[in-house]
Design a binder for this molecule. Structure first.
Ligand SMILES: [Zn+2]
Length: 386
C-alpha cells in the first residue's frame, strides 16, 4: 500500500547510550529546511543520531545538526546503521559508509545493449490481489548475469518460501504479493566471496566483509532504491546476493520515497540467511525492538519505549495499566515458556523487560514470541488497508 512516511520504529527507541535515536532524528528533522529529499535527510539524521548515541566522533560532519541547517555532508562521508548476525545467529549493530568502496567502483564495466535491455524487468512471482490491499514484497537480485536471471527468479521464490514458512507469515500468506526486479550484473557472484579480496562487478555492489565483518553483506542502498521503484508498490525490499555463503544485513534507518521501510540483504543459497530477513521484517513490518542486550550498556533510564515488545514496566504494572503485552501474560509462547517480563532487551541488560526468554528478536532461528506475532499481524494489516 502507499504510505506517506515511516513511523518511528521501536528499535529506534533506546539508543546505545540511552539517547533516543527517534527523538534525535525528530529534532533534526524539524531543523532541516524543506526541499531536501527524504532519503538524504534520513541518512544525514541517522548518521548524526548514531554519532550522538555512541559518543564517538562522527564520520559525518555535524553541520546538519546545527540550527542553521547547513548542507548535508558529502556522500563520501555519510554513514548508515546496519544490523548483522554472527554465524551463531547473534545480532549486532554497526555503522558503515554509504559510499561504495573505490575498489568496487573501479571494477565497473559498461553493460551491453542486451544486458541493459533486460535490466529492470519486473515479474510477478506471487499474486494475491491488488497492491493497495496486499503487502508487496520486492526481491532484487545482485551478482546474477543476464544468463542467470532465471536462477535469480528461482532463488527469489525459494527464499520467499523459507521466509513465509515462519509464523505468522505461514498463516497469512494470502496477504502478500511478491515481485522480482531483475538487476543484470556483469559478473556472477558478489564481492568478498569466497575470499575477502574478491571483487565482482555487480549491479548493486553487494559485498561481504563490509566494515571488516565477514558476514555483513552490504549493498549500495541508492541503487537498490532505483530498482525497487520499478516494482508497482514496494512495501518490503529484500536484496539477494548470489552466494552460498552465510550473511545478510538490515538497514533499518532507511525510509524510501518509494514507500518501503528498510532493506534486508541475504545470501541467496544459504538457508539460514532467510532468518536474517525474517528478523529484519520484525523491525520493518512489526515495529518490534531488538530483545538482545549489550552487557556494557548498563541500566536503561530513558522514557518508556514505543515498541510493543519492550517496556520499563513489570508484569504487575502492565496488568494494572492494561499496557504493552498484558493480554498475553502467563500464556504459552511459540518460542517456548510462558509470556512474562524478562529482564533485558532493547540493547540494555537492565531497566527494560522483554516478553520471553529467547525469541527471534533476540536470536536467529527462533520463533516470534506471542506479542511479536501479534505485532507482525498488525503490521501486515497496516499494508493491506486494514
Ligand atoms: Zn534487529
Amino acid at each position: 500500500m502507499h504510505r506517506p512516511r515511516r513511523t518511528p520504529t521501536p528499535s529506534d527507541a533506546p539508543g546505545t547510550s540511552g539517547i533516543s535515536g527517534t527523538s534525535v532524528r525528530a529534532r533534526l528533522r524539524s531543523r532541516i529546511p524543506a526541499g531536501r529529499t527524504r532519503t538524504r535527510l534520513r541518512l544525514t539524521a541517522a548518521a548524526a543520531g548514531l554519532a550522538l548515541a555512541t559518543g564517538l566522533a562522527a564520520t559525518a560532519p555535524t553541520a546538519s545538526a546545527s540550527p542553521t541547517a547547513s548542507p548535508a555532508p558529502p556522500a563520501a562521508s555519510r554513514t548508515q546503521q546496519v544490523e548483522y548476525f554472527t554465524p551463531q545467529g547473534h545480532p549486532r549493530h554497526t555503522t558503515v559508509p554509504v559510499a561504495t568502496p573505490k575498489s568496487l567502483v573501479s571494477a565497473h564495466r559498461a553493460r551491453s545493449a542486451a544486458e541493459l535491455a533486460a535490466d529492470g524487468d519486473v515479474t510477478s512471482v506471487v499474486r494475491n490481489g491488488p497492491t493497495a490491499k496486499k503487502v508487496d514484497v520486492v526481491v532484487i537480485g545482485d551478482g546474477y548475469t543476464l544468463a542467470q536471471q532465471k536462477d535469480f527468479h528461482a532463488d527469489a521464490k525459494a527464499k520467499w518460501a523459507q521466509i513465509s514458512a515462519v509464523e505468522p507469515y505461514a498463516s497469512n500468506r494470502s496477504l502478500f504479493n511478491v515481485w522480482t526486479v531483475d538487476a543484470v550484473s556483469n559478473q556472477s557472484g558478489v564481492s568478498g566471496d569466497p575470499a575477502r579480496n574478491v571483487v565482482k562487478d555487480t549491479a548493486l555492489d553487494t559485498r561481504f566483509w563490509c566494515d571488516d565483518i565477514e558476514r555483513l553483506l552490504c549493498v549500495d542502498t541508492g541503487k537498490v532504491e532505483k530498482y525497487a521503484a520499478k516494482a508497482p508498490d514496494a512495501d518490503l525490499v529484500i536484496v539477494l546476493g548470489n552466494s552460498a555463503k552465510y550473511g545478510g544485513a538490515g538497514y533499518n534507518d532507511i525510509t524510501s520515497p518509494v514507500g518501503y521501510d528498510g532493506i534486508a540483504t541475504a545470501s541467496s543459497d544459504h538457508r539460514d540467511s532467510a532468518q536474517v530477513a525474517v528478523h529484519e521484517t520484525g523491525h520493518s513490518l512489526g515495529k518490534l525492538a531488538d530483545e538482545y542486550v549489550y552487557d556494557t550498556n548498563g541500566t536503561y533510564t530513558g522514557a518508556e519505549p514505543a515498541a510493543p515488545n519492550i517496556t520499563k514496566m513489570s508484569a504487575a504494572q502492565m496488568k494494572a495499566k492494561k499496557a504493552k503485552w498484558y493480554r498475553y501474560l502467563g500464556q504459552n509462547s511459540p518460542d517456548g515458556g510462558k509470556v512474562g517480563a524478562f529482564e533485558g532487551g532493547g540493547y540494555y541488560p537492565r531497566g527494560l523487560n522483554r516478553p520471553t526468554e529467547n525469541s527471534i528478536m533476540r536470536t536467529l532461528g527462533r520463533e516470534f514470541n506471542l506479542p511479536g506475532r501479534q505485532a507482525m499481524i498488525d503490521g501486515f494489516h497496516r499494508h493491506t488497508g486494514g
